[in-house]
Ligand binder design. Structure first.
Ligand code: COA
Length: 289
């Protein structure tokens, strides 16, 4: 089921045909956040290709998104692993063959789980770095010719985990710090070619796989710990996406758009669980948790 519908166009700040004639290529587009980003772009006139590992999930999501706007085309390309450059080059070729061009790219495919350093294997660390960081590089690399030709724009989906030390997220924090660095370097290197590069760093977004995996144990409500007093929604991320791809952001590149209700300024959401939870993970028999 889609999260957005045509009321997104009727009740929003954006013009209905803002992205008419444009094509967006989205890795991780069947997941919650990137899917809603894609929905918003399609509702506002774009055609889209969503790329994922699971063929059934990806094809089903594409069909559902296509229903949002009569006449839209949404390709679902499964069996693509962003860790493999050839796999993603093939998806780009299919997109250009079937949709004609690529103007916008979202590098959103990501892998995450909670693991303390003591129990994080070298291969587990490598897996997340390979999906999040190498996968982002591969996505930009595979789309580069299209981005150059169409003076396009790329958004990397980052995080706020590396702004301070977040326990059990050393793998993702390291990967996302790399993603920010990659985006900043591309903004400077590709700016003269007319290509813009930005990151969106979501905070705690309700209803996502990431939130389900990462919410701290204990079930305490998190809303009142967030300055804006609510969890984020995928629509919040979609609105930022539309802004960054729109002509309103034509002078905006090399930025990291944090969409988290100012949550990261408050620091770790682990609260009173720290440091007992760390001691417990490391087998401290005196840990209170
Ligand atoms: N805790 C510790 N280690 C873990 C783990 C966990 N919860 N889950 C996986 N690993 C380890 C595995 O044990 C393996 O290491 P090993 O070879 O030393 O045993 C390593 O990570 C790779 O696991 P594997 O399942 O082979 O990798 P994969 O490439 O199939 O999957 C992951 C990649 C691990 C990132 C997986 O979580 C994934 O596919 N995630 C995609 C969806 C997702 O994370 N969405 C959330 C977005 S926020």
């Amino acid at each position: 089921m889609t999260s957005l519908d045509k009321s997104f166009v009727e009740n929003s700040a954006w013009k209905a045909d803002l992205f008419k004639g444009k094509v967006i290529f989205v890795t991780g587009g069947a997941g919650t956040i990137c899917r809603v980003q894609t929905e918003a772009m399609v509702l506002l006139g774009a055609n889209a290709a969503i790329i994922g590992r699971n063929p059934d999930k990806t094809t089903k999501a594409a069909k559902e998104i296509e229903q949002l706007r009569p006449g839209s085309k949404v390709l679902g390309i499964g069996n693509v692993d962003v860790r493999d450059i050839n796999s993603i080059v093939g998806a780009v070729e299919k997109t250009v063959n079937e949709l004609g061009r690529i103007d916008f790219v979202i590098a959103g495919a990501a892998g995450n789980f909670i693991a303390d350093f003591n129990h994080l294997s070298s291969n587990a660390f490598k897996s997340v770095i390979s999906i999040d960081l190498l996968g982002s590089f591969n996505t930009a690399k595979a789309c580069f010719d299209q981005l150059r030709k169409n003076k396009g724009s790329i958004i990397f989906v980052s995080a706020t985990l590396h702004y301070y030390g977040v326990p059990f997220q050393s793998h993702v924090g390291a990967a996302k710090a790399g993603v920010d660095a990659l985006s900043n370097a591309l903004a400077v290197e590709l700016g003269p070619l007319g290509i813009r590069s930005n990151c969106i760093a979501p905070g705690l977004i309700d209803g996502t796989e990431g939130f389900a995996r990462l919410a701290p144990p204990g079930g305490a409500p998190l809303e009142d710990k967030i300055p804006l007093q609510r969890l984020g929604t995928a629509r919040d991320i979609a609105e930022s996406t539309v802004y960054l791809f729109s002509p309103a952001a034509s002078y905006v590149t090399g930025t990291i758009q944090v969409v988290d209700g100012a949550a990261w300024h408050i620091g770790s959401y682990m609260g009173d669980l720290y440091p007992s939870v760390v001691k417990q993970q490391n087998g401290d028999p005196n840990s209170k948790l």
